[in-house]
Design a protein around this ligand. Structure first.
Ligand SMILES: CC(C)(COP(=O)(O)OP(=O)(O)OC[C@H]1O[C@@H](n2cnc3c(N)ncnc32)[C@H](O)[C@@H]1OP(=O)(O)O)[C@@H](O)C(=O)NCCC(=O)NCCS
Length: 169
């Protein structure tokens, strides 16, 4: 997701290879990547370099954004749009440093990403898939106005699939 974005409190920008250490500090925290996804994913500068390079081939508007407070370089988390593995379309995801949870950052960042994606027609609908045992993330999708579609098993855990489309107005 190649272009920067600003919200009231946050600036969202593409990742650079220099972000590798800070990003792994987030992804290396078992309370953030609690469902046991591959925590080595963000572990090396090499992974991040490959990710950043791969984005060049992704459709405009799809990919990862690093989230910082405006005027600061320190990464608070990430928001991503990627091809959904469970439904035809795009899914949104978010991961934030534990120390900054509960301040509305995930919702604020994700709302900006969603609004731009829907306004620009990057996707007709955007999905989110959230584990039923992840109340924080369930609250984020609720605040974003995403609608529950169905419950399903995903990565061995009960999940709820949510979707949102551009508003008619
Ligand atoms: C999910 C996550 C991104 C949320 O980040 P965040 O910045 O804290 O999100 P927000 O502050 O925008 O919203 C969190 C909401 O959950 C609520 N919340 C916090 N703890 C809660 C709990 N135990 N039960 C229910 N709601 C809870 C907060 O009060 C807040 O809602 P509010 O604004 O109505 O008060 C963050 O917790 C995270 O990175 N988790 C680990 C990674 C993850 O699970 N990613 C999602 C995979 S689907």
């Amino acid at each position: 997701m190649n272009r920067a974005l600003e919200t009231e409190r946050l600036s969202l920008r593409p990742f650079t290879p220099e972000d590798a250490e800070a990003w792994f500090a987030i992804w290396g925290d078992p309370e953030v990547i609690w469902w046991g996804a591959d925590a080595t994913f963000a572990k090396s500068a090499d992974t991040l370099r490959r990710l950043v390079a791969a984005e060049a081939d992704w459709p405009e508007g799809v990919g990862w954004l690093a989230v910082c407070r405006k005027g600061e370089d320190e990464i608070l988390g990430d928001v991503l749009l990627q091809a959904a593995p469970f439904a035809p379309g795009i899914e949104i995801g978010w991961h934030f440093r534990r120390e900054v949870w509960g301040q509305g950052y995930a919702t604020e960042a994700a709302r900006a990403v969603l609004e731009r994606a829907l306004a620009e027609g990057v996707a007709d609908r955007v999905y989110a898939i959230v584990a039923l045992e992840n109340p924080r993330s369930l609250r984020v999708v609720e605040k974003l106005g995403m609608k529950a579609e169905k419950d399903l098993e995903y990565s061995g855990l009960p999940h709820r699939l949510f979707a949102i489309e551009p508003s008619a107005g």
